[in-house]
Design a protein around this ligand. Structure first.
Ligand SMILES: [Zn+2]
Length: 148
C-alpha cells in the first residue's frame, strides 16, 4: 500500500459509491468518492502514473474512448445541462467529468473558477442520505447505459 486513493480504487481495495461503472484493460470509470454530486465521474488509470504523456498512443486512445463513453452516458440524464472535463497533473492520473445542473447556475457564476466552490458547497450541504441514494441510483443507471 502506497496510500494512494487512485491505486486503491484501481486494485479494487477501495470501492467508489455505486461501484465501478465501466472498466477497460488500463482504466476505470467511477463516481467521485468524496463529492455528493450525482454523475460526477472520474476516469482513472489503474497504473500509478501522473500524466497522459506517460501513456502509449494505444492507451491514450483507450483512455479517451472511455471519457467519450462516459460523457455520452451523461447526455442521457435529462437534468445535466453540460459537462466540464478537467485533468490536473497531481498525483494519480485521473480526469474529472464534472456535470452541470441548473442549481449550480442558481448559486454560482457559470465559470471554471466556480468548480472548487461548487465542490466545497456539495461536501458541506449535500452530504445527506437522500443525496447519497440519488448518487448511487444515478451510478446504477449510468452503469446500465455504459454497458448495454
Ligand atoms: Zn496511485
Amino acid at each position: 500500500m502506497n496510500g494512494c486513493v487512485g491505486c486503491a480504487l484501481g486494485d479494487k481495495s477501495l470501492a467508489p459509491p455505486g461501484g465501478i461503472l465501466k472498466e477497460t484493460e488500463n482504466f476505470i470509470l467511477h463516481q467521485d468518492p468524496l463529492v455528493p454530486i450525482k454523475g460526477f465521474l472520474i476516469v482513472a488509470s489503474k497504473r500509478h502514473i501522473r500524466s497522459v504523456a506517460a501513456l502509449s498512443q494505444a492507451e491514450a486512445s483507450e483512455f479517451f474512448t472511455l471519457c467519450h463513453s462516459a460523457r455520452c452516458a451523461l447526455a442521457a440524464l435529462e437534468d445535466v445541462t453540460g459537462c466540464t472535463l478537467i485533468q490536473e497533473e497531481r498525483g494519480h492520473l485521473h480526469l474529472w467529468i464534472f456535470p452541470k445542473y441548473a442549481w449550480m447556475d442558481d448559486l454560482f457564476e457559470d465559470s471554471l473558477s466556480s468548480i472548487r466552490p461548487i465542490l466545497a458547497y456539495a461536501k458541506e450541504h449535500l452530504q445527506t442520505e437522500e443525496t447519497m441514494r440519488e448518487v448511487i441510483a444515478c451510478a446504477e443507471r449510468l452503469r446500465v447505459l455504459l454497458n448495454e
